[in-house]
Ligand binder design. Sequence first.
Ligand code: SF4
Ligand code: SF4
Ligand SMILES: [Zn+2]
Length: 272
Amino acid sequence: MKIEFSSLEENAASFVLSDAPIAFANALRRAMVSEVMTFAIEDVKIYDNTSALFDEILTHRLGLIPLVTDPDSFVPRSQCSCNGAGCPRCTVTLTMSVEGPGVVMSGDLISQDAVVRPAEDNIPIVKLEKNQKVVIEAQAYMERGMEHAKWSPTTVCGYKNYPIITHDERCDGCGLCVEVCPKEILEVKGSAVGVKDGGLESCSLCRLCEQACLNSGIGDEPAIHIGMDDRRFLFTVESAGSLPTVRIIKHGLLFLKKQSDELHEALSEIRG
Ligand code: SF4
Ligand code: SF4
Ligand SMILES: [Zn+2]
């Protein structure tokens, strides 16, 4: 099994997972989406809310603000020695006091922790007219996206099979498939169709090229063939801002390893 990055930035990454079954690719995707823990606001005390939003809607919007997460400095509340009561090892308090007119932004949240704070300062929460006020105190803790999507570290996390594009000897380079390709990755090379340099990974597997070739009256089978490598996958991961993409991928892999180790241990005990 191998992972090769084609791009790796703080908020977005693309990589190729090779020599792995599709079950593993899907397990990794699910682990990144729903098993990697992040901070999000869960409990909110509302001292004053004279905005146009009900308390519930205001609280819901606060919960959806991505918070920068430092998983090494905190423990999940569900595993903390405070038994879910909330303590400095598992919980961060954020406060906000804003008076209108103006728009309440995520940057108005003041965190008691230097690291755990809104990932972006410019997320609008509610618009206040003159004399309207919002005063709250919120508690945030780490959980999994499995519990609620607000704890998921990703906005995009998906994969597709690595495309395989070939043509057979019936191709005469008429170029009809080139014209319909929405990704513009095909070209006529000499007297036959080919893929532009570096274009293969952009193929969306839509098969419009095969259809165009069939429409040319070539017969029952197109001369261009779109296939998929069933042990090679192109991943795209985008972070919501809580964790850098490299940590999302690493923690997703570590979760799978832990699960696998536990299963191995359980099976060993059964065998004696
Ligand atoms: S449409 Fe068919 S014959 Fe024409 S270039 Fe494409 S693959 Fe070749
Ligand atoms: S499958 Fe779609 S994207 Fe891929 S080469 Fe054919 S037309 Fe282009
Ligand atoms: Zn605790």
